[in-house]
Design a protein around this ligand. Structure first.
Ligand SMILES: *Cc1c(COP(=O)(O)O)cnc(C)c1O
Length: 394
């Protein structure tokens, strides 16, 4: 066994087998590249599943983390720190204008949003509507919202009162939102099931129906947010504003942090003692967050995201023209493609790993691209060449 095989064997013996991992060990990252222990570079189109939008080891994030770590890492939520206030103000001022609750992950952000919705609804409104195939996380509340039977079945019974409606099924949506509904939660583009944008009209209908019937509209922007699709948050392109939004993933530039933000009308729904978390909003994570957000709010970077997303889709179009790919979906640098044949995605991912390009497959025929947003046009061209090669020259 070489060194990597030995480490992978140790990992298998020491870590619970919850993940399907690609057989590579990373030692270092820089920008769009990850490097293995032999110094071989890989273009990272997994991007930490949209967790590393700023790119690996961004100097501004690294400096903010190092400085904050040497100053104050965390002091609990029984006191005030400046990084926490600065990040909350940034989120408020750049999203839906209200107050923020910090947590440590995406699942926790959706747990927080769910509790906020239940607090808003009170004893009469305890039901939530979510979308089939949506993904909201793995903890019990978040898993109950996640409309994927394979993830839910082994863990039933779940949190009661969740109804799932198929994406873009207007009648089912209308029927599901009742006087007992406290919230509708959706991703504007469903990520984990293979990059499926909801129709703008469908999201607009959810907005109308929730407003008319007294339920909250929650957008889970954990994957779509922080300039991934072009704008800072994907709702800003749609012109449809939610009451509550959840963010995580790229918020900390790779450091764990999540947040729930509510619009001004609902920002005081939680009362003292209603919710909390020991680590949440710590000075270290928030300093990383402020640095990451200042990088990601740059209009020039956002213009690049749109242009490079279009380049990626245009480049991959040749696979559609040649009959190897049936569909290309997504906005900005959140792109999914469906291969013609079922079962081929894992083999393509393995060939791409060999070619030095990291991609992940969300099913046995769908590949998803979520590269760091600092990727260049030249690197996009290299990715396109590698993908075309891996799909065509099998
Ligand atoms: C990743 C993801 C989550 C869960 O985030 P974790 O930090 O893994 O708990 C929730 N919603 C969406 C849309 C996601 O992409």
């Amino acid at each position: 066994m070489n060194d990597d095989e030995t480490l992978i064997a140790r990992a298998d013996a020491a870590l619970m087998p919850t993940y399907g991992r690609q057989p590579v060990v990373f030692a270092r990252g820089e920008g769009v590249y990850l490097y293995d222990r032999d110094g071989r570079a890989y273009i990272d189109c997994v991007g930490g599943v949209s967790m590393i939008n700023v790119g690996h080891a961004h100097p501004k994030v690294a400096a903010a983390v190092a400085e904050q770590a040497a100053t104050l890492i965390n002091s609990s939520n029984l006191f005030y720190t400046e990084p926490q206030v600065r990040l909350a103000e940034w989120i408020r001022d750049n999203s839906i204008g209200g107050k923020v609750f910090f947590c440590n992950s995406g699942a926790e952000a959706n747990e927080g949003a769910l509790k906020l919705a239940r607090r808003h609804g009170g004893p009469e409104r305890t039901e939530v509507v979510a979308i089939t195939e949506g993904f909201h996380g793995r903890t019990y509340g978040a898993l109950s919202l996640t409309g994927q039977p394979s993830k839910q079945e082994p863990f039933r019974p779940l949190v009661p009162g969740v109804t799932h409606v198929d994406r873009n099924d207007y009648e089912a949506l209308d029927a599901a939102i009742t006087s007992r509904t406290c919230a509708v939660i959706l991703e504007t583009i469903q990520g984990e099931c293979g990059v499926w944008p909801l129709e703008r009209e469908f999201i607009a209908r959810a907005r109308e129906l929730t407003s008319a019937r007294g339920a909250l509209l929650i957008f889970d922007e954990i994957q779509t947010g922080l300039s991934r699709t072009g704008p800072l948050f994907s709702f800003q392109d749609l012109g449809i504003v939610p009451d509550v939004m959840t963010i995580a993933k790229s918020l900390g530039g790779g450091v764990p942090i999540g947040a729930v933000v509510a619009s001004p009308a609902f920002q005081d729904t939680f009362r003292p003692g209603d919710h909390g978390s020991t680590f949440a909003g710590g000075a270290l994570a928030c300093a990383a967050g402020v640095a990451a957000c200042e990088i990601l709010e740059d209009p020039a970077l956002q213009a690049d995201v749109r242009a490079n997303g279009d380049r990626l889709k245009a480049g991959l179009q040749t696979l559609v023209d040649q009959g190897y790919v049936t569909d290309i979906r997504g906005r900005g640098l959140m792109v999914g493609i469906d291969l013609v044949s079922e079962g081929s995605a894992t083999a393509v991912v393995a060939r791409l790993l060999g070619a030095g390009v990291l991609v992940n497959n969300t099913s046995d025929r769908t590949l998803r691209f979520l590269p760091p947003l600092v990727i260049t046009a030249e690197q996009i061209a290299a990715v396109v060449d590698a993908v075309v090669d891996a799909v065509v020259n099998r």
